[in-house]
Design a protein around this ligand. Structure first.
Ligand code: HEM
Length: 387
């Protein structure tokens, strides 16, 4: 006999909770394998094992009814890779992932590293600066601009569009975010083979559309999938990594001594401070979690950042430890919708840390300013110094 899911009086979207979600995550995990949140009118899963299983159960917990909580975000269901299921999803994902394999990205790594080294040299010994703007945002913006091949116009708006896209997944809508998303749609819709750079990912998509392999709309959806989910995610994850390394000199010293730990440190960074808070699914049939069920037709939030701090999976989960094996973390999901850009994100973060280690610098961080985005957890400002 299944039990009703425990009811939890928790507002995950209150400003205080967005700035420090961990006390609420702890209550949520302890309350049950799945809980009901009357504040938001949905179910939520926060324990590691159960979030992992739910992400893999894509035949029952579907994305095609939208993965946000708002009508505004979910209105584009069926039109972007993240809000589709089955054969349509596989087709869209195959298009998006073509240039994003580790083998294809290997060629870009050396260029990204060289750019990062120049940037670090320019910032070293120059006093305090905002690491979000000057360090964390640098490679994601360069990569999107150059690899995707977008025209100059619009590039300066991309960061605002990306933040707005994640804020509107939440239950409360800000008119200005909706307007920014409309602006982004107009920009994406204005792109064509003439406006994007020769030899770029976007040029390849328009060539495929020209030869009838894709529709023009599919090409534009794929370009949006390179731009919107790739910026703030990687920028905020880099910010957390910088903050964690600067405030724990022993961990930084260990990385400098053993740079072979850098790939593990990046994975531990995204586990410890997961930037994407959640996406949701709709149960196409009753879905059992522990002793309870998510009834057919109900929406359920899957909390990546909460799962990654689950003491049932990771000993001392609140500790940032570059020697931890965090390879199974859920910061980029798992299952069929697992992040399509994770190899690029990993390269960007590895290159950032490698270049800092090779520069032989000491890191210092001041008090960060935390953002209040409904979908993303991270700093809007991080005072930083390289000496
Ligand atoms: C640290 C950086 C990143 C994090 C934490 C992150 C996180 C995630 C997560 C959790 C999902 C799963 C969504 C789901 O379960 O429905 C996802 C999907 C996705 N991500 Fe990322 N992401 C990052 C960087 C990127 C980058 C750099 C790109 C593009 C170049 C990208 C493109 C995508 C796309 C297209 C999907 C949808 C995949 C699908 O539905 O099949 N992401 N990401």
């Amino acid at each position: 006999m299944s039990q009703p899911a425990p009811i939890l009086d928790l507002d995950l979207f209150a400003d205080a909770s967005l700035k420090d979600p961990y006390p609420a995550y702890c209550r949520l995990r302890d309350a049950g394998a799945v809980v009901r949140l009357p504040h938001t009118g949905v179910y939520a899963i926060g324990r590691f094992g159960e979030v992992q299983a739910a992400l893999r159960a894509s035949d029952v917990l579907i994305s095609g009814e939208g993965v946000g909580l708002s009508e505004t975000f979910n209105a584009s269901k069926g039109m972007n890779v993240i809000q589709t299921d089955g054969a349509l999803h596989r087709r869209m994902r195959a298009t998006v992932t073509r240039p994003l394999s580790p083998a294809t990205l290997k060629a870009a790594r050396a260029d990204l590293k060289a750019m990062m080294k120049v940037r670090i040299a320019a910032l070293t010994g120059r006093g305090w600066f905002d690491a979000m703007q000057k360090l964390a945002a640098f490679l994601p913006v360069e990569a999107v601009s150059h690899l995707v091949g977008l025209p100059e116009a619009g590039r300066d708006r991309m960061l605002e569009w990306a933040a707005a896209a994640f804020n509107i997944i939440g239950p409360r809508q800000a008119g200005e975010d909706v307007a920014k998303m409309q602006e982004a749609f107009v920009y994406m819709g204005s792109l064509d083979a003439e406006t994007v750079a020769n030899g770029s990912w976007a040029a390849a998509l328009f060539a495929a559309a020209h030869s009838g392999k894709l529709s023009q709309q599919e090409a534009i959806a794929a370009i949006s999938a390179y731009v919107i989910p790739s910026l703030d995610t990687t920028i905020l994850a880099s910010g957390h990594l910088l903050g964690n390394l600067a405030t724990d000199p022993a961990q930084w010293a260990l990385l400098c001594e053993r740079p072979e730990l850098i790939p593990a440190a990046v994975l531990e960074g995204v586990r410890h401070s997961s930037v994407l808070r959640w996406f949701s699914r709709v149960a196409a049939d009753d879905y059992a979690v522990g002793d309870s069920i998510v009834p057919q037709g109900e929406r359920v939030m899957l909390l990546y950042g909460c799962a990654n701090r689950d003491e049932r999976r990771y000993p001392e989960p609140d500790r940032f430890d570059v020697t931890r094996d965090a390879r199974d973390h859920l910061a980029w999901g798992t299952g069929p919708h697992m992040c399509a850009g994770m190899h690029l994100a990993r390269i960007e973060m590895e290159v950032l840390i490698e270049a800092l280690v090779e520069a032989g610098v000491r890191l210092s961080a001041g008090e960060p300013v935390m953002g209040v985005n409904a979908g993303l957890y991270g700093f809007v400002e991080l005072p930083f110094r390289l000496s």
